[in-house]
Design a protein around this ligand. Structure first.
Ligand code: HEC
Length: 230
């Protein structure tokens, strides 16, 4: 009897220790796979500005669809206010702008589709209360290769428009080779576009709509300057 109690206490102690040890690790949690590249958040909370808004902008708000001029079906998905028209905080199943993605209605067939990871991220954001949070706590540029950072940035911020060949404006960023070839041949234009350079017409500032965070721009720039490592 005595022995079994002490084993029980030992197990309890191990569990307690494990819990405390796990805590600090959460400081670097990016809150959803690669989606929050460069973003470090204090918890595993999803950051609307860095992780969710780019998905709606890229996959839903292209010209002819849900940007503020086209307004297809009266739906605009360009910022927190417009996106919240179809989101019920805490309740993804009751959120039209989530349901339409999961029942394969949107984006329409033939357009680049959101991945299961991206859809799961939107679901988690809604479950967490669909906050308009920014989570901008520094920028980690130590991971900047295509595989560890840039691929996810393109997937989340660009490939709703540039993910299927030939891509909007004939710019296809769906693979490493295609991205590398295009950017090598158009480096100056590419950097101007992602920096929303004032010398470019507004329609050529990328992504169309809100500029990416400085952190993502820094990571892409570092990657290009380093010769675009895979
Ligand atoms: C909502 C759709 C959309 C998103 C998101 C988007 N683009 Fe574009 N992109 C376009 C369109 C449309 C054009 C063609 C613009 C034009 O008429 O010249 C274009 C053109 C470009 C060009 C050529 C620039 C030029 O002078 O024409 C580059 C480079 C580019 N995009 C890069 C990106 C990158 C990098 C991202 C992500 C960070 C991105 N785009 C996100 C729609 C988009």
């Amino acid at each position: 009897m005595k022995k079994s109690i002490s084993i029980f206490m030992l197990i309890a102690l191990v569990i307690a220790c494990k819990h405390t040890i796990l805590e600090p690790g959460n400081l670097n949690n990016t809150g959803g796979g690669n989606a929050g590249v460069g973003v470090s958040t204090p918890t595993d909370s999803i950051c609307f500005q860095a992780e969710i808004l780019p998905l709606y902008q890229s996959y839903c708000a292209s010209a002819g669809c849900h940007n503020s001029t086209s307004r297809a079906d009266g739906v605009v998905l360009v910022d927190y206010t417009t996106i919240m028209q179809g989101i019920t905080p805490g309740n993804p199943e009751n959120s039209k702008y989530y349901k339409n993605i999961t029942n394969s209605k949107m984006p329409p067939a033939g357009y680049p589709q959101l991945s299961s990871t991206q859809i799961a991220l939107i679901q988690k954001w809604i479950t967490q209360g669909a906050l308009n949070n920014t989570c901008s706590t520094g920028c980690d540029t130590s991971k900047f290769t295509y595989a560890t950072a840039v691929q996810a940035i393109f997937a989340n911020n660009c490939n709703g428009c540039h993910g299927n060949a030939p891509g909007s404006g004939n710019v296809y960023l769906g693979t490493y080779d295609a991205s590398q070839t295009y950017i090598s041949a158009n480096t100056a234009l590419f950097l101007k576009a992602i920096n929303h350079d004032a010398t470019l017409p507004v329609i050529q500032r990328m992504p169309q709509g809100a500029k990416m965070s400085d952190c993502k721009i820094k990571i892409i720039t570092k990657w290009i300057n380093a010769g675009m490592p895979k």
